[in-house]
Structures are given as C-alpha cells and as structure tokens.
Ligand binder design. Structure first.
Ligand code: ASP
Length: 304
C-alpha cells in the first residue's frame, strides 16, 4: 500500500489499479520533480542503510531535500549496532527523536516487520535482504510505461540472480497483476523455485517460466530485458547471464534493456551506446519516484 501515513513495504496486496495510478501520476509530471516541493518546517526523515547503496540512499536524501525535509542519516558503522544493539532498539531511538518517516535497507527479510513494530512513523522498504524492493519496482514500471505506454501484454525476460534478487521478486509481483509473460533466465543454482521464500512470488505469476540459457528465440520475442547481477554478498558464485555481442544482435530491435544497478560483468559499458539501453535513464526517473513515494507517505503529496 502506498498511502499517507502508511509504511511502504511490499507490493503484495497492492492492486493493479493502485499501481497503474501511481505510474500514471508519475508519467504526467515532469521528472524528476515527482511531487511539488512543499516545505515542511522542522520535519525530518531518517535513512538507515545496513547494506551498501548508492542510488537509493542518495536518491532518498535528494528527495527529502526537494520536499523541504531534513534528513538524518544513521551511520550504521558508527552506531551502537557495533556493540550488538538490536534493530528494534536502534529504530526506537530514531522514532523517539520524532522522525516523520524511516527509509530502511537491511539484510534480513524480516527486518521490515521488526521495524514497523518498533517505529511510530511509516517505514519505507529500501530493500530487505533477498525479499522485496518495491521502490525499485515503481522505477522499473515507470520506465516500462514510458517506453510502451502500458504495463500489460508484454514479454519480459529477467536474467541473473532470481534467487536473491529482490528487485526481480517485486517486479514479478507487479507485472503479474497486469497479465504479462515472464521468462526468468538464470543459472540453475539461482532459480526462484529453489528458494522457499520465493514461492509466494512464483505462485503470484502464473505466466512465468524459468530456464537456463538466454537463447535467440527468447531474445527475439523480448520486449523488456531486465538484467541483474549475481549477488556475491549473499553467497552467490554462480554463472552470470552476460550481455554479449550475440545477445545484442539477437535482441528484439524494439526492446528495452533495464537494470536496477549496480552492474558488474553482466552488462558491459560498451552496450551503453545501444539505443535500447534504457537503464541509462534510471537515475532521473528514480529520483522522481523516490520523491513521489516519500511525499505520499509523509503527506501532502498525491496518494496512490
Ligand atoms: N540495487 C538493487 C538492490 O538493492 C539491485 C542490486 O543490488 O543488485 O536490490
């Protein structure tokens, strides 16, 4: 649910109508403005990133500034987390100091549930372990909508680390609501189906197939190629699915290539000059999305 005063944790239970409304509102306003800046004197939001982040961490900081909010960034490495402080106790400090929203990224999938229980203010899920990343999905949907003018009837191919990739999990949940065909290509050790935690994701996507190789038959049919890296920090050492010159040649000329970033070996920089390299627009669109999400949750922004 994306609404004023509510935590934004998961896409489960969110309707296709609400998602489409959010994406349409985002498409209607010039990006990266998101929502109209509104000065909210004396209100602060906190960011707490227990995992590395460039785009989401900085993006929410920029978004908060655009909305006239102060940002209190929790420096996890300098906090009492190093002394064994629990997530609950850390979040209580921020909550007791009166923040208006908490933007949290944490390696545990359960962290959002813990955080919501400890926090009096809404929590925005900026990534919970190998769980979900709903903010990234709004960015991905906005990019798909911008190119195709719809979110339905598309052939979407997702590659890389389906087991740990929370952006893949959230995107499958969202795209399933609109009746798209999804093909997930990964090393067999990184399949969705091998992760019990992903069974809900899998069940939500009836038109989903998993396979091992990104062959030309798949590429010719693909509208959206969604590439992801293999997540070494979660213990993956499996084969990545790499953009090669052959991949480039075989890919549908009208497709777009998306990537949530950061990229490693799977998406070489030489592909950046290809007109299908839509991931290059991700940062500007992402800033608009983060401003929209924060503005909606804090209030005063339009609701989805
Ligand atoms: N930035 C994305 C995430 O936090 C994707 C990734 O890390 O590979 O999930």
């Amino acid at each position: 649910m994306l609404a004023e005063g509510k935590s934004f944790i998961t896409l489960q239970g969110m309707s296709a109508e609400a998602l489409l409304l959010a994406v349409k509102e985002l498409a209607e306003r010039p990006l990266p403005d998101g929502v109209a800046p509104t000065v909210r004197d004396g209100r602060a939001v906190a960011t707490a990133f227990y995992e590395a982040s460039t785009r989401t961490r900085l993006g929410f900081q920029f978004a908060a500034r655009a909305l006239g909010l102060d940002v209190i960034p929790l420096d996890v490495s300098a906090s009492s987390v190093n002394k064994g402080e629990s997530l609950t106790d850390t979040i209580r400090v921020l909550a007791d100091y009166g923040i208006a929203a908490l933007i949290l990224r944490h390696p545990d999938t359960e962290s959002m549930t813990v955080a919501m229980a400890a926090s009096a203010c809404p929590v925005i899920n900026a990534g919970n372990g190998a769980g979900e990343h709903p903010v990234q999905t709004l960015i991905d949907l906005s990019m798909i909508y911008q190119r195709f003018g719809r979110l339905s009837g598309l052939k979407v191919t997702m590659t890389g680390d389906a087991l740990h990739g929370r952006t893949i999990h959230s995107l499958i949940m969202a795209l399933s609501l609109f009746g798209n065909s999804i093909t997930v290509v990964s090393d067999p050790g990184l399949r969705l189906s091998s992760d019990l935690g992903s069974s809900a994701v899998r069940m939500s996507a009836p038109k989903l197939i998993e396979t091992e190789f990104l062959n030309s038959g798949i590429l010719k049919e693909t509208d959206v190629l969604y590439m992801t890296r293999v997540q070494a920090e979660r213990g993956s050492a499996n084969r990545p699915i790499i953009m090669t010159e052959k991949t480039q040649q075989d890919l549908n000329p009208n497709a777009i290539v998306l990537h949530p970033m950061p990229r490693t070996v799977e998406l070489p920089e030489w592909f950046d000059t290809d007109p299908r390299a839509a991931y290059l627009h991700r940062n500007r669109i992402g800033l608009g999305v983060m401003t929209y999400v924060l503005g909606t949750v804090i209030g005063g922004g339009r609701k989805a």
